[in-house]
Design a binder for this molecule. Structure first.
Ligand code: KG4
Ligand code: ZN
Length: 373
């Protein structure tokens, strides 16, 4: 793997201040559950000392989505170099690392195995403690490492408990986050995830992969009232989602208006589709705030995380919603929304501090709900 294949890289981002006198705990985190091979060195003072994200997107683009076998092979080819470069950029060796953390699931099992075995091998050869990180917990906790809208210096960016909208390519859940390892599921999708809906609609329009960022950009120039997309379940009580009806509506619209479609059509289509997703998310979150468990816990912060948290319309709708409910809004900075090693390193540090380290062999899991932690 060449340096020029790394399409995103952050070094030495200082996100927190911490106690300068105490030596912080240093964690090497590894992520490989989908189409990013990533590693980061993060310390317990919330400093990202080095962060390498090697994205495989160009390798999967011509197939219109992630091909698991190609992803696993690409992880094998990249993992050693990504870890080596991360240590080099941090100016560290393994001797400077206190704890190793890697994604142990959920995700594409071939990729998860690659990162997990690399971490296990390093932990065994160095005798360092190892943390098996749930990928979803990485997304769920990363706003505590860095949050774009709620970071005020020394205070932890986001305090427990918080209400979390977790929206990624594989998951769409509303969770009450009570603490590390303590997740209460308030609602979830009954079919597709929000990210999947974005990706599938983009594919129908021939816009490329991944679709979310492209739809987001196109929607900015479009008229969100041009097409009437459904808002599934929004007239029903509860906090569950359904996105398959929105996807079917998109297919039906397109079948009735065969292409070629001009830019205005595509922009309007994206804006209208995105508006329906935003409405579904705000509707379900409003119900979640009324849920008895949430009312009793009284979370002060509304958090959005996962790849879909990059979406500008979703971010601003949730920011407004938080303000209307007298809550603080928090979202990770853009580069920590999609899959990355820093979120795994941070979840590793939080679990390590809570004493949750591997003591017996762990088998990576393709499925691993947060509620089973
Ligand atoms: O969290 P993530 O990197 O991977 C999973 O764990 O699944 O999320 C990837 C998803 C993709 O579906 C992608 O289209 C979506 O996040 N995404 C977006 C945006 N940026 C990425 N969706 C909507 N708007 C965006 N700006
Ligand atoms: Zn993810």
């Amino acid at each position: 793997m060449n340096d020029d294949k790394i399409i995103q890289m952050d070094m030495g981002t200082r996100t927190g201040r911490g106690d300068a006198s105490a030596r912080p705990t240093v964690c090497l985190g590894i992520e490989s559950s989908c189409d990013e091979t990533s590693a980061a060195i993060v310390d317990s003072n919330r400093n990202i000392r080095a962060h390498i994200i090697y994205s495989q997107i160009p390798e999967h683009q011509r197939f219109g989505g992630v091909v698991p076998e190609l992803a696993a092979r690409a992880h094998i080819l990249a993992i050693d170099e990504v870890i080596r470069l991360t240590l080099e950029r941090a100016g560290m060796t393994m001797a400077d690392v206190d704890v190793i953390a890697a994604t142990a699931g959920p995700g594409l099992i071939g990729g998860v195995l690659v990162g997990w075995m690399a971490a296990t091998g390093m932990a065994q050869s160095t005798g360092k403690p190892l943390v098996a990180v749930n990928h979803l917990e990485g997304h769920a906790l990363v706003p505590r490492l860095a949050a774009a809208a709620a970071n005020d210096g020394d205070a932890p960016a986001v305090e427990f408990p918080y209400l979390l909208m977790l929206a990624s390519g594989g998951h769409c859940q509303i969770l009450l986050v009570r603490g590390v390892g303590q997740y209460e599921l308030i609602g979830q999708t009954l079919d597709d995830s929000a990210g999947e809906a974005f990706d599938k609609v983009a594919k129908m329009l021939g816009l490329g992969y991944p679709g979310g960022p492209i739809v987001d950009t196109r929607a900015k120039c479009g008229n969100m009232y041009a097409f009437k997309f459904p808002r599934p379940l929004c007239d029903k009580p509860g906090c569950d989602f359904s996105f398959s009806g929105i996807k079917t509506a998109a297919r039906t619209f397109l079948d009735h208006t065969p292409g070629p479609h001009d830019d205005k059509f595509i922009d309007d289509f994206c804006a209208s589709f995105q508006a329906s997703v935003v409405d579904c998310i705000t509707n379900r979150l409003t119900h979640a705030l009324d849920d008895a468990r949430v009312r009793v816990a009284r979370p002060r912060t509304l958090v959005v995380a996962g790849g879909v948290a990059k979406n500008s319309a979703i971010r601003s709708a949730l920011e407004q919603m938080a303000a209307a409910h007298d809550m603080t809004f928090a979202a990770p900075p853009m580069n920590l929304c999609t899959d990355n090693g820093a979120m795994i390193a941070w979840a590793g540090l939080e679990n390590y501090a809570a004493g949750r380290v591997v003591t017996t062999p762990v088998a990576p899991r393709p499925r691993w709900p947060l509620t089973e932690l």
